[in-house]
Design a protein around this ligand. Structure first.
Ligand SMILES: Cc1cc2nc3c(=O)[nH]c(=O)nc-3n(C[C@H](O)[C@H](O)[C@H](O)COP(=O)(O)OP(=O)(O)OC[C@H]3O[C@@H](n4cnc5c(N)ncnc54)[C@H](O)[C@@H]3O)c2cc1C
Length: 486
């Protein structure tokens, strides 16, 4: 008999399935697309020898989150390749700023702001595991190390109120570029927390790329699920809970909007109203390019970087992000660029290599972003256009068709406001539970929110195990079995 049905096979659905299967439950997964993986899918778009990541490409949390630390991707053969420069920021007139793995080297290149960079991020990098565990928690549990909230609170407050300690254009742009990963208004509490989380991991566990593409992470999760008796059905868009049959546990890796449809009238009116009030943020519009050469960035630092941020000086980034969050189209939106073969040479095949890039645009934007993103890269890498042999654009509106969790192209599955960071998707003591017995939400629309960390799925599964099976210990998720306390 099936013990648990999981709808959606993004990293959170897969993490939930791993956790339940390791506890001995028989799990069945349902995925609307014809392949599993959600935000972890990679595929060849133009040339069978070149793989493109359709959504996520860079994985600061795949080695850092509590779920992935236990699951241990490297022990399963997934090589997490580390660029020496996790991220860099292009500035006008050929200037650039870079964050190396080494905080000392980063500080050396930031002039007067070097010591300030070290003071801001050094203490977090020294306690990185505790910082990551606090920021990627259910936002309800007490932190194990009380020094960490004491370190984080003043830093978050300072950045949320624009009291930056930095004076150089380089340091200001470098940190604001990371804050823009929150895809929303700048500055804000949520973007400050995102900035500190991502910026400090660059100097601790890094911003790795899985060798061969993001799909390798999904492959490893699926291999573990099937090895523990789980089964997977693709091309099944679940539109009603009744389709899942009489199953005691249901975990939904879906958006609140999709949950409203799937659960229908079973949900009490007050809860339906709260779900309807859930807000979605700006969208992402993506361009994939097949190119003949590495991106010819003018500044050599950008040629070594895993991720390149294009947004200009920090005041420009703030302007672009705030206009986008307010629903206005800007000609030069904040753009993230990855040339994966810089970090993972296996991604290039002779003179063919992928380029991954996406821009922040208003929710629901229908523009094909290819021309806009090409021009944005060309401005900092003259000659880029001549290297392109094929390209494909996905507008924000098309992302929603591709994956219903990205409502209006919102890849965070819900705006990262302070309210929605703490009460995601609705204010509840246990954010994964719903008014329906046995039915849980486990997508990035629950805490701790977006990114490939598996924590929403893992924490939802632990909640279900506690409530329905009285299991208070987390199953061992590593390739070797055992028990550890939650
Ligand atoms: C362009 C882009 C770039 C990104 N870059 C990064 C990055 O570099 N690093 C990073 O960490 N994160 C990145 N992200 C974000 C990351 O991909 C998401 O935060 C993460 O995938 C969320 O995981 P999830 O399991 O909650 O949902 P998803 O990964 O969205 O998976 C949800 C799954 O559920 C399925 N589904 C939904 N409704 C139903 C239904 N009714 N029936 C059946 N199946 C259903 C969907 O098809 C999908 O497969 C990026 C996302 C995008 C789109």
């Amino acid at each position: 008999m099936t013990d648990a049905a999981i709808v959606g096979t993004g990293p959170n659905g897969l993490a939930a399935a791993v956790t339940l299967a390791r506890a001995g439950l028989e799990v069945v997964l349902h995925e609307q697309a014809d392949t599993p993986g959600g935000g972890l899918r990679s595929t060849s778009l133009f040339d069978s020898a070149v793989v493109h990541d359709i959504c996520s490409a860079v994985h600061p949390m795949a080695g850092a989150s509590a779920f992935f630390r236990s699951f241990d991707l490297p022990a399963r053969g997934v090589r997490l390749l580390q660029p020496d420069i996790p991220y860099a920021h292009a500035l006008p007139d050929g200037h650039a700023a870079a964050a190396w793995r080494s905080i000392t080297r980063t500080a050396e290149h930031l002039g007067a702001d070097g010591p300030r960079w070290t003071r801001l991020l050094g203490p977090l990098a020294e306690r990185s595991t505790a910082v990551v565990d606090l920021l990627l928690s259910d936002q309800r549990s007490l932190p194990r190390d009380l020094r960490v909230p004491a370190l984080l609170a003043p830093r978050i407050l300072a950045h949320a109120t624009n009291r930056t300690p930095f004076t150089t254009a380089e340091a200001r742009a470098l940190l604001t570029g990371v804050a823009a990963h929150a895809v929303g208004k700048l500055p804000s509490m949520a973007s400050a927390a995102v900035a500190l989380l991502l910026a400090h991991t660059a100097h601790s566990s890094g911003w790795p790329l899985p060798e061969g593409g993001s799909i390798r992470i999904a492959d490893a999760l699926i291999a573990d699920i099937t090895a523990h008796g789980g089964t997977l059905h693709t091309s099944h868009h679940v539109k009603d809970l009744a389709e899942l049959g009489d199953v005691p546990l249901v975990l939904l890796d879906v958006s609140p909007r999709e949950f409203l449809t799937i659960a229908g009238d079973r949900l009490p009116p007050a809860y339906r109203r709260r779900l309807r009030r859930y807000r979605y943020g700006p969208g992402a519009a993506k361009a994939d390019f097949l190119v003949s050469e590495p991106i010819p960035w003018t500044n050599p630092l950008l040629r070594q970087a895993g991720t390149v941020h294009l947004g200009g000086p920090h005041t420009d980034i703030i302007g672009q992000e705030n206009a986008t969050a307010a629903g206005r189209q800007v000609p030069d939106p904040f753009t993230l660029v990855v040339d994966p073969a810089v970090t993972d040479p296996t991604r290039a095949s002779g003179h063919k290599r992928p380029v991954w890039a996406y821009a922040h645009v208003p929710n629901g934007d229908t523009r094909d972003p290819v021309g806009m993103i090409r021009a944005r890269i060309e401005a900092y890498a003259p000659g880029f256009t001549d290297t392109i042999t094929a390209s494909r654009g996905l507008s924000a509106a098309q992302y929603e068709t591709y994956n219903p969790n990205y409502v209006g192209g919102d890849i965070a599955s819900g705006a990262l406001t302070l309210r929605q960071s703490l009460a995601r998707p609705t204010p509840r003591r246990d954010p994964y539970t719903t008014p329906l017995r046995g039915v849980y939400l486990c997508s990035a629309s629950t805490p701790p929110g977006p990114s490939v960390h598996g924590m929403c799925g893992h924490l939802a599964a632990l909640s279900a195990l506690r409530r329905h099976h009285g299991i208070r210990t987390s199953p061992d998720l590593s390739p070797t079995q055992g028990q550890e306390h939650i």
